[in-house]
Structures are given as C-alpha cells and as structure tokens.
Design a protein around this ligand. Structure first.
Ligand code: GTP
Ligand code: MG
Length: 371
C-alpha cells in the first residue's frame, strides 16, 4: 500500500502539519504528525487544501533507466563474473591471490596493484578473461541479492580438504542455489598431509551438491593455493562453464552496472568499485546509483591504471560521485544532470519515507506527491 507521513505530506504542500491534522480531524480521524496515511487519503486532504495532486509512480521515474528485459541486442560474448565463497579460513583470499599473481599482467614489476574488490585474470590457455569479485563476505552477497543485483555468473566454492564442509560452506551452497548460479568446487589445501578430498565430495553430496565422480554435474578441482597446484585447471573449468552459460552483452550502449563497494576516500572523495555489466562506461558520463549521482571524473582499472572507458564484465573504480552509493546499488548512465537529479531526488525521498513508514510499522513503497 502506498503511504506517506503527515509531516512529509505537509512539507510537500508547504502547509503546516497541524492544518493537515485538523483536516483529518474534520473527517473524524485523530492523528499525530508522525502518523502514516494512505495515498488516497493524502490526495483528498491535499485537494481540500487547494492543491493539485500529481501522483508519480516509481515506473515513471525509473522508466528507461535499465532495459535488462530487452536483451535482443546482446550479441557480443562477455567474460564470466565469478564470486569465490566458502567457510572462514578455507583459503578464499589465498586462492584469489594465487590466481591473480599467477596472471598479473607483467610490466608493473614492483608496482602496487590496488585492491579494488574485483579484478580480471586471463586464462593462460585461451587468453580469455575471467572477472573475480572479492566479496567481503556472505553478508555482502545477501545484501546485493536483496537489492535485486545479479552480478555473479559462477560461484567458486572453496572447501578445505583437511576441514571439510562447514556451516559457511552450506550457507554458500544455499546462496548459490537461491540465486540460480552454477557452482564449481575448489577442494583446497590438497598439499596438507591430512587432506581428505574424497570426504569433502561425500559431505557435499549430503547438501545436494553432486560432483561428477559421484554421477552429478558439478565440477570439482583439487587445488593448493599455497603450492599453486591446479590453478590453471580451475581457470579452465571456469572458462568451460562460461562457454556453457553463453554469456552475452552489448557494449554499444550507455553503461549499466552494479556497485560492488563504495567508500568516502579522504583525498579522492567518494569512490565506488563498479562492475560494468552492459554498455561502456566513459569518463564524462552522467551517472546515477541508488540515491547518488555524479559525473565520471576518472576511471581506474584493477591494475591501478587510469582508463578512459570500461566495457561489459570489467570492474573499475569510479570517481566523481557526489556521495558514496551503497554496495548492490545499480548504476546507470543518464542523458543529463536534470534527469540524474530527478531520479536521485525521487529515490532519496523514497528512502526517507520507507524509513518513516517502517518506523510506523508499515511496509510498501511510497508515491511522490507534488503540489
Ligand atoms: P577468511 O577470509 O577469514 O574467511 O579466510 P579465507 O578463506 O580467505 O582463508 P585465507 O586465504 O586467509 O587462508 C586461511 C589460512 O589457510 C592461511 O593461513 C593460509 O595460509 C592457509 N592456506 C590457504 N590455502 C592453503 C593451501 O592451499 N594449503 C595450505 N597448507 N594452507 C593454505
Ligand atoms: Mg579472506
């Protein structure tokens, strides 16, 4: 149900809240300033106070920002986006580091590769790229999913061979399944004397993850992040899975993407790591993400280099937001600043009112009313 607080309604009409309350009282309802009333009642009050009401639905403001539904122009192959998940200490970070360092583009010897939370690795076999997202944890993945952000094509599930399936392993399996994302199992720490990879496979079976040697279709690779064993094989399996998924995109359109993480940097201002998913993001583009807007001032690659543009499946640091957006916010390029302001002010309103409505124990989105 659409709803609005009495205070907010009064603000939008530039009326005093007490007059709104008085009007409601005439209709036999007693209210406090913080109460939430439904949109129909609000419209009635606004009209009685002599205002013209224009109810703006979310669909009007958000219209045309994303055309994910229309993928008929997606004809280019794009790199897969992979998220590494698994139980604490099973070696996610070690594996990511090993994969990255085995493949970091040379030429930056001694150079410091900036951590931007996501980066690309080239498969040694094919030279094809794979984008890895280094999520800070399952909570972030859940938050992104809750916002409807779909960033991951494949989950690499890391299970330590000496420890086996643990609570967060199961959580990761459930996340991947709920998101409908295929899993590739990396049985890690295979170098350890007490490694029991076969036990891992059996335990996975108990959670409905059936590896190929057990007659299922989930690929597993025994790896050691420490000794860099089988890393090429893991990359190859990811590339194979990506081929099956037949991932398509269109780089010839305004960019769409998702904010992976964002922060307020002392020197650089708001900085957002964005995964571009469709189109090409360019310096100078006017962007919106959540309730924040800006103009792209600079783009920085996972190699720490300044770039002019970033295409599909490319993670990039974006400078130029007026404020830091939130992880999971969708990014879109809009035609001008007026449009950006319209979208972000609408969303900011909605955010405030959702908060107000939930305080009053009500749920649902709100309509914007203007006098
Ligand atoms: P959290 O981020 O805390 O959840 O841990 P993580 O999954 O990122 O694990 P991390 O990479 O930090 O590794 C945990 C410990 O396992 C470290 O002490 C690593 O050195 C060790 N480790 C990781 N991979 C291997 C491996 O292949 N073999 C051995 N022997 N040790 C490993
Ligand atoms: Mg880690």
């Amino acid at each position: 149900p659409e709803a609005i607080t009495i205070q907010e309604l009064a603000n939008r009409m530039s009326e005093r809240a007490v007059d709104v309350i008085r009007m409601l009282m005439k209709q036999g309802a007693m209210h406090k300033i913080t109460d939430v009333i439904d949109a129909d009642t609000a419209q009635l009050i606004a009209e009685e106070l002599g205002h013209t009401v224009k109810r703006v639905a979310a669909s009007d403001v958000e219209e045309g920002l994303f055309d994910q539904v229309d993928d008929s122009t997606d004809t280019e192959t794009r790199s897969p986006v992979v998220t590494v998940m698994g139980h604490v200490d099973h070696g996610k970070t070690s594996l990511l580091d090993a994969l990255r360092h085995a493949n970091v583009v040379s030429g930056e010897a001694g150079g410091i590769t900036q951590h931007i939370g996501a980066y690309q690795v080239s498969s040694p076999e094919t030279g094809k790229k794979i984008t890895f997202i280094d999520t800070p944890g399952h909570a972030a993945f859940t938050a992104m999913r809750a916002r409807g952000a779909k960033v991951t094509d494949i989950v690499v599930l890391v299970v330590a061979a000496d420890d086996g399936v643990m609570p967060q392993t199961v959580e990761a399996i459930n996340h991947a399944k709920a998101a409908g994302v295929p899993i590739i199992v990396a049985i890690n720490k295979i170098d350890k004397p007490d490694a029991k990879p076969e036990r891992v496979r059996t335990e996975l079976l108990q959670h409905e993850v059936q590896v190929e040697s057990f007659g299922g279709d989930v690929v597993d690779v025994e790896v050691s992040a420490k000794n860099k064993t089988n890393l090429d094989k893991l990359l190859e399996m990811i590339a194979l899975q990506a081929e099956i998924l037949d991932l398509k995109t269109n780089s010839e359109r305004p960019a769409e993407g998702t904010v992976i993480e964002a922060k307020l940097d002392r020197g650089r201002g708001p900085v957002a790591t964005v995964l571009v998913q469709r189109g090409t993001l360019r310096v100078g583009d006017i962007i919106v993400a959540g309730a924040e807007m800006g103009r792209v001032r600079a783009l920085i690659s996972d190699q720490g280099e300044t770039v002019q543009e970033a295409g599909p499946s490319v993670p990039v640091e974006v400078l130029g937001f007026n404020g830091p957006p939130e992880a999971g916010d969708r990014l879109a390029v809009v035609e001008n600043e007026a449009r950006a302001r319209q979208v972000t002010s609408y969303r900011a309103h909605q955010k405030r009112e959702n908060a107000a409505a939930s305080i009053s124990g009500m749920r649902g989105s709100l309509e914007q009313m203007m006098s």
